[in-house]
Design a protein around this ligand. Structure first.
Ligand code: CP3
Length: 346
């Protein structure tokens, strides 16, 4: 397993053949996912170990990607801790009670033995998945404190995260307590996945691009660092990914990542100019090319390989997740194309 190409690249030990997995490779783009999920809500499917394991393996089987990404969601830990949260189709996570005041933070559940016990279906799903995947590594994940807390503060998806940013500025100590709670929630979710068999982790800070570098370092970085620190004693690579976060690459790296995910807005060679020498990178094919011609898709894939060629390690991925209406055959063909390429050609 330690020789699996994705893990080699994430450790800065280059393989000759490119490795690839896709964010959101599981899910609605796959007909086998849609039929399995019929009659079960998104969050219920995440705590049914057999279902979560099967959904995780589906894209590996179909596309021959080099890693599985554990099927769950960034709000699953909050739900297992006892918060009222649902995922509304076409909308995203919605919380029953937004967290906006000191009293709201006081009322958050303690993360004691009950939480550890509530993670058992997650551990079981990871064990089943790892057994099924064989030599293909499983990547565990969690939502970063800013992105998860933003759903909690806003109550649901938000374009500008205005309430969250206002809370940071007006009641920094209330924000800090909330972010610390989420850091423990997400960090323990990561740790549970690794102890059950995941070989790497990714911390998703999808909406962190809404913050300035100053706001990030003052109000967020320490909490993301606390989440990652929950697995830093374990021998697994830690990928840190944000969307629209070119200006945050360095502070996100300094939060304790061992590899950086880069979205499609920043070329990998430009990311490498910013990051410390030797940083392995992951990314960043624009998911929009999945809706263009085969020639355009392969040219973009080749350009991404070339832009990442001088990195110490490079795992190919999209710049953000697979859109639900992506033709799955396009993904399968992209994986085959990448596996035929020489990673060092540039
Ligand atoms: O292949 C994978 O990546 C599977 C695991 C996964 C899911 N969510 C499954 C899911 C992962 C890693 C996530 C993380 C996640 N969830 C993030 C960070 C990654 C990113 O995309 O930026 C965020 C921001 C969320 C919150 C969330 N959950 C959103 C915005 C949505 C979409 C709502 C919609 O219907 O459009 C979800 C739901 C969700 N999570 C789905 C899946 C497969 C779709 C729900 C369904 O299939 O019914």
């Amino acid at each position: 397993m330690a020789g699996a190409s994705v893990l080699r690249e994430l450790r800065g030990d280059r393989a000759d053949t490119p490795s690839v997995w896709f964010m959101r490779q599981a899910g609605r783009s796959l007909p086998e996912y849609r039929s399995l999920r019929e009659g079960t809500t998104m969050l219920d499917s995440c705590v049914r170990p057999d279902m979560a394991a099967e959904i995780t393996v589906q894209p590996v089987r179909r596309h021959r990607v080099d890693a599985g990404i554990f099927f769950s969601d960034i709000v699953v830990p909050a739900r297992q801790a006892g918060l009222g949260v649902e995922i509304q189709p076409g909308v995203g996570p919605v919380f029953d009670h937004p967290i906006r005041t000191e009293a709201d933070v006081d009322a958050l559940p303690a993360l004691g033995d009950d939480y550890e016990a509530a993670l058992e279906p997650i551990r079981e799903a990871v064990r089943l998945t790892v057994a099924e995947l064989g030599t293909t590594p499983l990547i565990g994940f969690a939502g970063a404190p800013f992105t998860v807390a933003s759903y909690m503060v806003e109550g649901g998806p938000s374009r500008d995260h205005l309430r969250t940013r206002a809370l940071m500025r007006s009641q920094p100590e209330v924000w800090a307590r909330l972010a610390a709670w989420v850091a423990e929630l997400s960090g323990r979710f990561l740790r549970a996945q690794v102890l059950a068999g995941a070989s790497a982790v990714q911390l998703f800070d999808s909406w962190v691009g809404a913050l300035s570098a100053d706001m990030y370092t003052t109000h967020v970085q320490a909490h993301s660092a606390a989440a990652l620190a929950r697995v830093s004693d374990l021998p697994v690579p830690r990928i840190h990914f944000g969307v629209g976060a070119a200006h945050l690459l360095t502070p996100m790296w300094e939060a304790g990542a061992t590899a950086m995910g880069v979205d499609h807005r920043l070329r990998l060679d430009q990311a490498l100019d910013i990051l410390p020498a030797g940083t392995p990178v992951q990314g960043n094919i624009d998911p929009a090319v999945l809706f263009t011609s085969e020639q355009a898709r392969f040219e973009e894939a080749r350009a991404v390989l070339d832009a990442g060629a001088r990195a110490s390690g490079h795992v190919v991925n999209l710049g953000h997740g697979v859109a639900p209406d992506t033709d799955p055959q396009v993904l399968t063909d992209l994986v085959s194309f990448l596996h035929e390429q020489d990673a060092h050609r540039a």
